[in-house]
Design a binder for this molecule. Structure first.
Ligand code: NOJ
Ligand code: MG
Length: 563
């Protein structure tokens, strides 16, 4: 056991929120920490909270306002921690509750807020509630917190519905009764290790409200809500119709779900400082998506429309217009997201012939021109940082890490296995970060002591990541890391950036030019030819050097013009 860096044993010691900035979330830059792959302090090959604490200086220097942590709770890790077995503690491989409290406080002391991940749709099959439900048997009150159901057919051996899992395959698993006979089925929209909770049950609501308070009491500034559109199911267990009318899908985006978030908003608003709700809402209809952001519901939600679009000017422009128009009536700011722990890294995606993103399209061995992808990812970084609203940055994107084609034998992601091995899954964007040095683990884990064998990182890092380490990039003003640091510094300094309005400027085809306030202009060139820049008095930043005064293809410039 090592001694804690600092100790905050109880919630009573929870640090105060910064007072002066009630609207922080409207412009914030939020850095997503995938704890398992960020930094490993104890040399077991798995990232941990002490690893994050030791790198807070790096995050401060990068210029982020908040950290969003993927689930850090005790979990069998059947789905990377989205299978929670205790919502009020920390996974032992990541540390202790005291470590989390210390981390929250130390980050806040640097002006960095903490957002945690709440997983309300399902729990781990190892959670005491589910274990109790299995044990108590059919008809028991313990089972009412879930979706247990007799099977169809004479012997009950057919699934209650034919709903398809978000991870492909079946959504029902049959149980075995305590006496060994085949029993009821239970619903899981994801893996069988993630049984869905029944949100019509008062225990389920009360439990999650208490979990929210538990973490708000410890100083967290917000929650990211996993699978937020899925909580309510049709109690009639209807099949998915061919044409789904709004709100009529049996498991997605049902109108009753909004009551849950209204209740959560009241809890968030009862705390000092602005505590925010950020939704993971995969709802394609922009107006239905925005309904989650009404003033008494969530604060913001991830903008997946923009993230999913290909690198084409008319597509990105249409998405920007669509999302800003959808947000306007509810008064919420949009978010801008290039990736996260579920999707293909931008450097790889933007270098592909088809640069759009969809889970269903993921395949092994999809070629990518990484040099092109890196140019575009740099341009996209500035473009998204210039758009109105808040910005999400997934760890490693500031280093321009590509998606890693991992050998099949190291893959862990259930999306891979449930696709019958066709989908490479999401491990390729979850590879541990390279910090320094010329060989794996690149400073992710501490060097092995004399006579000790070193433990490899939980996923292998490519040998050529020596060029992508933080150390290597700090020494190179042309690096992705420098671009992000400069961009975030300028974004904070120029008050026209962040929250607010934007206006399109006339531009050539294939160019996205818009102004922010009176004095800042963004120009992104997605055309095949260099373009002239509109009037300006200086260039604030550009993702690639200008050529003969022109902005080259696949690059962005930020301009300043006299107000
Ligand atoms: C969305 C999360 O981002 C993803 O990683 C997870 O597998 C599913 N929700 C299920 O919790
Ligand atoms: Mg560790």
């Amino acid at each position: 056991m090592t001694t804690p860096l600092t100790e905050y044993g109880t919630a009573a010691a929870a640090p105060a929120q910064p007072e002066d900035d009630a609207l922080w979330w409207r412009s914030a830059v939020i850095y997503q920490v995938y704890v398992r792959s960020f930094a490993d302090s104890d040399g077991d090959g798995t990232g941990d909270l002490r690893g994050v604490r030791s790198r807070l200086g790096y995050l401060k220097e990068l210029g982020v306002d908040a950290l969003w942590f993927n689930p850090w709770y005790p979990s069998p890790l059947a789905d990377g921690g989205y299978d929670v077995s205790d919502y009020r503690d920390i996974h032992p491989a990541f540390g202790t509750l005291a470590d989390a409290e210390a981390l929250i406080a130390e980050a806040l002391a640097l002006g960095i807020r903490t957002i945690i991940d709440i997983v309300p749709n399902h729990i781990s099959s190892a959670h005491p509630w589910f274990q109790a439900a299995l044990e108590a048997g059919p008809g028991s009150p313990e089972r009412e917190r879930f979706w247990f159901h007799p099977g169809k057919g004479e012997h009950g051996d057919e699934m209650p519905t034919n709903w398809v899992s978000n991870f492909q395959g079946d959504t029902w698993t049959r149980t075995t009764n305590p006496d060994g006979t085949p029993g009821e089925w239970y619903l899981h929209l994801f893996t069988p290790e993630q049984p869905d909770l029944n949100w019509n049950h008062p225990d389920v609501r009360a439990e999650h409200e208490d979990v929210l308070r538990f973490w708000f009491d410890r100083g967290v500034a917000g929650v990211r809500i996993d699978s937020a559109g899925l909580l309510i199911k049709d109690p009639e267990l209807s099949e998915v119709p061919e044409q789904v009318a709004p709100g009529q899908h049996p498991t997605e985006d049902r109108d009753e779900v909004h009551d849950v978030y209204r209740a959560w908003r009241r809890i968030a608003d009862s705390y000092e400082g602005t505590r925010v709700l950020v939704g993971e809402v995969w709802v394609p209809d922009a107006a239905r998506f925005a309904a989650y952001l009404r003033p008494d519901e969530m604060h913001t939600a991830f903008n997946f429309d923009f993230m999913s679009r290909p690198w084409r000017a008319e597509e990105l422009r249409a998405s920007i217009d669509l999302m800003l128009a959808a947000h306007a009536p509810v008064g919420a700011p949009s978010t801008w997201v290039l990736s996260n722990h579920d999707v293909t890294r931008p450097v790889t995606r933007y270098g592909r012939e088809d640069s759009s993103f969809a889970f269903a399209k993921k395949r092994f061995d999809t070629p990518s021109d990484l040099e092109l992808g890196r140019r575009r990812a740099r341009a996209a970084a500035l473009l998204t940082a210039a758009l109105p609203g808040s910005l999400y940055l997934y760890q490693g994107d500031e280093l321009g890490l590509p998606e890693v084609e991992l050998p099949r034998e190291v893959l862990e992601d259930p999306m891979h296995f449930r696709s019958g091995g066709v989908d490479p899954g999401r491990d390729g964007c979850r590879v541990p970060l390279p910090w320094r040095g010329t060989a794996a683990p690149f400073g992710f884990s501490p060097p092995a002591g004399a006579g000790e064998a070193s433990v490899s990182p939980w996923l292998p890092q490519p040998a050529d990541w020596s060029a992508l380490t933080v150390q290597a990039q700090e020494a190179d003003p042309g690096s992705m890391l420098w671009l992000y640091r400069l961009a975030l510094r300028i974004r904070k300094r120029e008050h026209s950036l962040g929250d607010g309005a934007m206006a399109w400027l006339p531009s050539e085809p294939g160019v996205l030019a818009f102004s922010r306030g009176d004095d800042v202009v963004n120009v992104t060139n997605l055309s095949a030819a260099p373009v002239a820049l509109p009037e300006h008095d200086r260039i604030l930043l550009s993702s690639a050097p200008l050529v003969g005064g022109l902005l080259p293809p696949d690059s962005t410039a930020w301009l300043h013009r006299a107000a």
